[in-house]
Every structure is written in structure tokens, then in C-alpha cells.
Design a binder for this molecule. Sequence first.
Ligand code: TYR
Length: 254
Amino acid sequence: AIDVTLPGLPLPSGGLHPINRVYDDLTGIYERLGYTVVEGPEVEDEHHNFEALNVPWYHPARDLQDTFWLEDGRLLRTHTSPMQIRYMTEHEPDLKIVVRGKVYRYEATDATHESMFHQLEGLVVGDHISMADLKGTIAEMARGLYGPGAKVRFQPSYYPFVEPGADFAVYWDNPRGESKWLELGGCGMVHPSVFKAVDDLREAQGKTRVYEGKTGFAFGLGPERIAMLKYKIPDIRYFYANDPRVIGQFRGEL
Ligand code: TYR
């Protein structure tokens, strides 16, 4: 017989994956700054992933070793930057977006490299956008992640789709005294060739050319790096091995 007066059994609760927690922290910071959060296709074409981002066929970043090619000539996106092209082709300036999603690279895996990982990409386009706006934005993100005392550091770097380009690091100061500079990602001022490639795509679709002469900045970073430090996860492969002992530590507390 069934005793319908017995109290029910507690339901096992799930939990947010650490990468989703970090994404929620990051997109929360950017939403408060007025950004729109978007996603895009993981299967891309060569034009959006490389060519329109000023990465010509002879650039080492296009080395076959780095890219998963599909049989039909398309590829798994190697970064979220192609969404810069897609979003600008569809929308006119001014704009402020962050892109979240998976990216893929054909490389040997180890404690800090996976063939699938995540990126958060930012893009701001308007008039008179400057490097100072970019630095202020990254600093604001750092304060959102690590508190009001967070420091940021920029050093010159090269990405074909920005000029000038930089890498940025955040000083990660925690109560356990494990303070260190965390290399977080790349950024820079949107290269004029990117705006031209977007206008060419727009024109081919019967849209007006609206990007030439605009200014903007972009940045890209990996949430895995933030999550590994924040949650003391020593190997990137633990995130995706679906080992219940890892995921179980994040159960319940949303
Ligand atoms: N797409 C770059 C990468 O995957 C990161 C990046 C993104 C760098 C935007 C600069 C930039 O403006 O390594």
C-alpha cells in the first residue's frame, strides 16, 4: 500500500558548471555597462573566421595544425572573433556587445590546453572610441571580478584584427596571499581592414556601408583561466571530463 501522507524524498539538486558561473559573473559586469550579450555559430567559414579579420592565407595562425576543418570546407571556429564580423554585418553602429561561446583548436591537450575551450569576446564601435576607453573597460571588468583594488597591466602584442594590439593581465589579490598577475587575454583597437571587410559584406547584401571611418575596440579572454584560479582547479581537462567528483563540488550553491 502507498502511504500518501509520507513526506517526499528530497530531490537531488544540480549545480551550475564553474565555466557558466564565471560567464555569469562576466556578462553581469558587462550588462551593467550597457552591453548586449550574444552568441553565434560554432561552425564557421574561412571568410568570417580568418579573412575578414585580416588574417590572410599565409598567416601562421591559419596553420592547418590549429584548425579543425570539416569535409565541406567549413571549420570549427578557432576564436569568437568571427562574431565581430557577423554582428556588424547585421547591425549598424554604435554598438557594445559581448560574445560568449565555445571555440576549438587542433592541438595536444595538457593541464592548460584543451581542444575545446571558451572565450568571452567584447566589441565596442562608435565615434572617437579610444585606447583609454578600452583600458577603462578592462579595469572595470577586473574590479567587478576581483574587487575595487584590482589592478590591470597592458603590454604590446599582435593580433591581425587590431592596431595597436595588446595583451592584458589582472593582478589577482586574494586573502590566502596567492596574489599574482593573471594573463587574461588580448585586445586592441579595431583594424580599419576589419571595418572595410564588414562594409564589403554589407554591400554584397544590399546594405549601406556604415563602418568606414568608425572607431572601436575589441577584446577576448578565456573564462577557464579565471575559473581554474577561482575554484582551484589544477587541470583544464577536469572541466569537461564529467567526473561527478568534480562537478559534485558545485552542486546546490547557485
Ligand atoms: N581572438 C583572439 C584569440 O583567440 C583574442 C582576441 C580577441 C585578441 C579580440 C584581440 C581582440 O581584439 O587569441
